[in-house]
Ligand binder design. Structure first.
Ligand code: IDP
Ligand code: MG
Length: 154
């Protein structure tokens, strides 16, 4: 099992899409193991987007991420990082495939609804950044035997 970080960005929260996007993750079979609302600030955004701080669009990206609270989620499943990235789609919503979250709900390179960790290593770092250890729950998924075949979820 693997756990990944998803952020429902202000573009999701303000457009009233929180429930719809969470529903997609639940229906796919991902287990929600952590979830909370947070107001982000420059300190956490500089760390979260450290690979982009020198880009000309960073100030507007950081500003957009502070316009409302976000929803931070920990999602657990086999190869959850890859599964969730696949559901998220290409960064630019205009080029994201229909059927992906960005391809179905966004037309922007910046206001693209969700963040999802891009590797198991970044998932670990990002989960530690956004959640205290006790805010992530380990519990049996009642439908586990119907989500995965024998031996698949070990
Ligand atoms: P990702 O979210 O698909 O992993 P990253 O390259 O890590 O893409 O970029 C992080 C976020 O920064 C994007 O989701 C998007 O909101 C924003 N961003 C990336 N590239 C641009 C750009 O060229 N213009 C404006 N915003 C951008
Ligand atoms: Mg990224």
């Amino acid at each position: 099992m693997e756990t990944t970080l998803v952020l429902l960005k202000p573009s999701c929260v303000q457009r009233g899409l929180i429930g719809e996007i969470i529903n997609r993750f639940e229906r796919r079979g991902l287990q929600i193991t952590g979830m909370k609302m947070m107001q982000l600030d420059d300190e956490i955004l500089k760390k979260h987007y450290s690979h982009l701080v020198d880009k000309p669009f960073f100030p507007s990206l950081a500003a957009s991420m502070k316009t409302s609270p976000i929803v931070a989620m920990a999602l657990t499943g086999v190869e959850a990082v890859q599964v969730v990235r696949g559901m998220t789609g290409f960064t630019n919503g205009r080029r994201a495939d229909p059927g992906t979250i960005r391809g179905d709900y966004s037309v922007s390179n910046q206001q693209n609804i969700v963040h999802a960790s891009d590797s198991p290593e970044s998932a670990k770092t990002e989960l530690e950044r956004f959640f205290q250890p006790e805010e992530i729950y380990t519990y049996n998924h009642a439908l586990q035997g119907y989500l995965y075949g024998v031996g698949e979820a070990n």
